[in-house]
Design a protein around this ligand. Structure first.
Ligand SMILES: [Zn+2]
Ligand SMILES: [Zn+2]
Length: 352
């Protein structure tokens, strides 16, 4: 499952021989090997997913500040949109705060920020006719894993979300799985696991592909966020047809910006990169020659109005600028999938 982060043979030999020479003449092997790597190795992509974004927790202004910051610093990532998060569609008769938020979402893309559906409500399946969440409705995240759901059912539901987005002038770039640890979901996930179901229903990928082919998403490829791992990660093609593709682009760094609990105990900029730039997961991924470092975060902790992780976020950006400017390239997740798909692999990294 893990992507191959192969160091090319030549690069390996170069690093090994310079190391040997400097060992003979006096102990600077590591520093030299690193400098030599630095010249020769390709840049690493940098991106992030921010879950649970919306106008309710910190107001629309928080998202405006966030977007301005991303645009000013040339950083790229994704921030999800949950149009039915309040139990009715934000696109129909929005409040002033919702309207202000939607105005910001419309400018997100040009500020470097993708828009995933997560998915309509982050809770029960939405009734688009009645504009509500029926009592007892199955939760969306779980429903994405239910083996009995058909391509048509997924496609209808996703298309309805996309139609709500269109009403608000919003185009989606991908999909984020809404996690849920409620009693019903926890029990059902355990049943599914016991039955050998540990992945989303493949019909969901197919439905996304069909919609992409109809031009319903912003691009011809879609980035999706389901699982993550610091070590066992990768970009996985889930469905494709020619120039169209659906990808599971797995984050390989965790949330240390306060998580969904907005918990100061879960804020740690050093996890990403230390002040001296010598360690942290971003630095580790660079050193290992990983093609990308994508972290995930949550709006509850990340937002600039009441998020306990915001100052850690800006600290991390400053440290990246100070220490890794020449080693990383920011890229939106949907651009990563687009370029990966067009090149048929990571070879495009050699020319950025
Ligand atoms: Zn979420
Ligand atoms: Zn649930």
């Amino acid at each position: 499952m893990m992507e191959n982060h192969k160091i090319t043979r030549r690069r390996f030999i170069n690093a090994a021989s310079t190391a040997a020479v400097f060992n003979m003449i006096g102990g600077f092997s590591q520093a030299f090997a690193r400098a030599s790597d630095k010249e020769q190795s390709r840049k690493m992509l940098l991106s992030f997913y921010c879950d649970d974004t919306g106008p309710y927790r910190a107001g629309a202004e928080a998202f405006e500040i966030f977007l301005n910051y991303c645009a000013e610093n040339g950083i790229s990532g994704e921030s999800s949109v949950i149009l039915g998060g309040a139990g009715k569609s934000m696109s129909r008769n929005p409040t002033d705060e919702e309207q202000a938020y939607l105005i910001q979402v419309r400018r997100a893309f040009k500020c470097g920020i993708d828009t995933h559906m997560e998915i309509m409500t982050h809770g029960g399946l939405f009734d688009f006719e009645k504009n509500n969440i029926p009592e007892g409705a199955a939760h969306e995240g779980l429903w994405l894993h239910e083996p009995e759901v058909t391509v048509e059912e997924y496609q209808d539901y996703f298309a309805s979300i996309i139609a709500e987005g269109e009403k608000a002038g919003i185009q989606f770039t991908g999909l984020t799985w809404p996690g849920c640890s409620c009693e019903v979901c926890t029990k059902r996930y355990a049943e599914l696991r016991a039955a050998g179901v540990t992945e989303p229903n493949p019909a969901a990928w197919q439905a996304l592909l069909n919609l992409t082919k109809k031009g319903k998403f912003r691009g011809r490829t879609i980035s999706c966020f389901f699982g993550s791992s610091e070590t066992n990660y990768g970009i996985h093609l889930k469905a494709q047809d020619g120039e169209h593709g659906v990808y599971d682009l797995m984050p390989n760094a965790k949330d240390n910006f306060g998580i969904w609990e907005n918990d100061p105990e879960r804020v740690n900029p050093d996890y990403y990169i230390t002040q001296d730039g010598e360690s942290g997961i971003i630095v580790d991924h660079v050193r290992k020659g990983a093609p990308y470092c994508v972290w995930y975060a949550h709006w509850q902790g990340l937002n600039p109005i009441n998020g306990r992780g915001w100052s850690a976020f800006t600290t991390v950006i400053e440290r990246i600028n100070r220490h890794l400017r020449d080693r990383v390239v920011w890229m939106r997740p949907s651009e990563i999938t687009a370029r990966y798909h067009a090149a048929g692999g990571w070879e495009f990294l050699d020319s950025i």
